[in-house]
Ligand binder design. Structure first.
Ligand SMILES: Cc1cc2nc3c(=O)[nH]c(=O)nc-3n(C[C@H](O)[C@H](O)[C@H](O)COP(=O)(O)O)c2cc1C
Length: 258
């Protein structure tokens, strides 16, 4: 275990609106954080749904009148932005919503504008706004309902364009078909996926990256396409007939333990 003053500071931002065992973002993030803490990092988890984060006004007050400070007086200005600036790593955890991040996480990201300066600067082949100071490295974690890994491609392209150019993107963790992970049918595979998420947390702290072996375990397929089109559709049909949400159905079940 590292000493507290030298330990990596990690801010884990969970942008799922869902809580508890129902949220697959929380499930995966919880295990990632467990591994990070085991490896000696100081990790704070923030559920963004509990915070007041107003939308960016585009007024550029943070670039002109009060450099580095947003005009809004909300949880982002008072608490989250200072914590984000102080952290070595920020985990951006989001359910895949319409092939992208949640609006909550996007609002958070837009509100990090005060960390940049207004000037245009050519760096490599691209135009940039220079950083006002130190910023955290980024780890992206996302989960989806559908099984295709390609569904994360727009989110991944966004994150790479934002963060990869200056080596700030430490890792991208994308878990497809996450909704069915908690069904008893996939208990064994889900256990391995969750154990791999914990291992990814340890590796990120120790090596600043995730090994291909661990990543392969995280993204391992659960079933073929027939399963999803047949079994999942049966579940949806019964939810509609019984007028019950998938959440109400799932809360009756035990979440898997790794
Ligand atoms: C508004 C909305 C949009 C979604 N968009 C997608 C999508 O584009 N692709 C996909 O595979 N799943 C999509 N899903 C499913 C979620 O990604 C999936 O249910 C995930 O497990 C939610 O994360 P959570 O359990 O942490 O809330 C969407 C769900 C909602 C509610």
């Amino acid at each position: 275990m590292k000493r507290k003053d030298t330990a990596l500071k990690i801010l884990a931002l969970n942008s799922s609106p869902r809580t508890g065992a129902l949220s697959k973002t929380a499930l995966m993030l919880g295990r990632l954080v467990e591994g990070m803490r085991e490896a000696g990092a100081l990790v704070e988890v923030v559920n963004l749904r509990e915070k007041k984060i107003k939308n960016c006004l585009g007024c550029y007050t943070c670039w002109t009148k009060t450099p580095g400070v947003c005009i809004h007086k909300d949880d982002m200005t008072r608490e989250l932005f200072p914590k984000w600036l102080e952290s070595d790593i920020a985990v951006y955890a989001t359910p895949l919503y319409h092939y992208g991040m949640t609006a909550t996480l996007k609002a958070f990201q837009e509100r990090t504008l005060p960390a940049s300066m207004p000037f245009f600067e050519i760096r490599g082949a691209r135009m940039h706004h220079p950083d006002r100071g130190k910023r955290p490295a980024i780890v992206v974690l996302s989960v989806s309902g559908m099984p295709d890994e390609a569904h994360f491609s727009a989110l991944s392209a966004h994150m790479k364009y934002c963060f990869a150019h200056d080596n700030r993107l430490l890792a991208e963790i994308y878990r497809p078909a996450a909704e069915v992970m908690t069904t008893p049918f996939f208990k064994e595979k889900a256990g391995d996926i969750l154990n791999a998420a914990t291992e990814a947390g340890r590796e990120l702290v120790r090596n600043r990256g995730i090994s291909p072996q661990t990543m392969a375990r995280i993204t391992q397929p659960l079933a073929g396409p027939e399963f999803y089109t047949e079994v999942v559709n049966v579940v949806w049909k019964s939810c509609i007939e019984e007028r019950i949400t998938p959440g109400e159905l799932e809360l009756k079940r035990e979440p898997p333990r790794g």
